[in-house]
Design a protein around this ligand. Structure first.
Ligand code: CUA
Length: 338
């Protein structure tokens, strides 16, 4: 009977596995923008310290287990005449393997509990800046009660000052997560969750909703921009200023905006006062829109205004059937709202 050669298939399978592993692993980076291993706040540093202790403890245990396993396999492998010596009950061994894991648990538990207590305290420091975070399907709202500033998807905070992010949840459950600043807290209806942290390096930090919240969960990104104090003060002053008056195409866009359904959902101070969608008073000052999806350019915004659900599955902003020319005019107006 002829048998099919199995060797080539086995080789192909092995080669495919190696290629798949290489491709999958290439997606991993220690210093990527969504890496939790890059600590840019006091909170993330303390979480990383626990992470390090647990990693080293488990590496040492893993090595010990494999060394003992190798010794046992070699020393007690099957040989003629070798009969295993049976032991029943060994008090010293039993005490040892009860105490050793207890010690390991203790080494892991003490710093873990310390960090939990330090990072979950209800009271924020006196000088903390409060940022109210609201998750909506599918975008983020940031309110600064002490500064009277409202923005969306891009929060600015000053470096070196404690920030308390207070999660308010009027919508379904979302989860606020900015990996390099640490944390991840659920935004739950009827609850106020908090993260208190002090950003330690200026920069732009990526974030992402981390709790499945519907069709565009994956499209619910955010940015936290950590500014030098002077730059933060300039940002606050610009956000508090009235919306700039448009000219040219933008002026036509403002008229279209003001007589369309846009006004039912969006606030542009002095023009409309809707609260269902993002505040657009300074829309053009944000580098990205659509919850971190596209750069805020006139072309991108025109495509979005024309047919939002086509670009973002499940988008609550409806297609208002604006003409191409009207979409472009509205985009010119919005992008000019610096
Ligand atoms: Cu919001 Cu997932």
């Amino acid at each position: 009977m002829n048998r099919l050669p199995t060797q080539p298939l086995g080789l192909c399978l092995r080669a495919a596995l190696v290629v798949a592993a290489a491709v999958l692993a290439s997606g991993c980076a220690f210093d990527g923008p969504m890496s939790t291993l890059v600590a840019r706040s006091d909170l993330n540093r303390s979480i990383l310290s626990v992470y390090r202790i647990i990693t080293w403890a488990t590496v040492i245990i893993g090595l010990l287990v494999f060394v003992i396993l190798a010794v046992v396999l070699l020393r007690f492998r099957e040989r003629p005449g070798l009969v295993a010596h049976q032991i029943h009950g060994h008090t010293a061994l039993e005490i040892a393997w009860t105490i050793a894991p207890a010690l390991v648990l203790l080494i892991i538990a003490i710093p873990t509990i310390q960090v939990i207590f330090r990072t979950q305290t209800a009271a924020a420091p006196q000088n903390a800046l409060e940022v109210r975070v609201r998750g909506w399907q599918w975008w983020w709202e940031f309110r600064y009660p002490s500064l009277d500033v409202v923005t969306a998807n891009e929060a600015h905070v000053p470096v070196g000052q404690p920030i308390v992010f207070v999660m308010e949840g009027p919508d379904v459950i979302h989860s606020f997560w900015v990996p390099q600043l640490g944390g991840k807290r659920d935004v739950v209806p009827g609850r106020l969750n908090r993260i208190t942290l002090t950003p330690e390096h200026p920069g732009e930090y990526w974030g992402q909703c981390a709790e499945f919240c519907g069709a565009s969960h994956a499209n619910m990104q955010l940015r936290v921009v950590v500014d030098e104090p002077a730059a933060f003060d300039r940002w606050v002053a610009a956000q508090k200023a009235p919306a700039p008056e448009p000219s040219g195409d933008g002026a036509a866009g403002k008229e279209i905006y003001a007589r369309s359904a846009c006004v039912g959902c969006h606030t542009i101070r002095g023009v409309s006062a809707g609260v269902l969608g993002p505040d657009l008073t300074h829309f053009g000052s944000r580098t990205l829109f659509g919850a971190g999806l596209w750069p805020t350019t006139a072309d991108n915004v025109a495509a979005w205004v024309k047919d939002p659900p086509a670009l973002k599955p499940g988008a609550k902003m409806p297609n208002l059937h604006l003409s191409d020319a009207d979409s472009k005019a509205v985009a010119a107006y919005l992008v000019g709202l610096k």
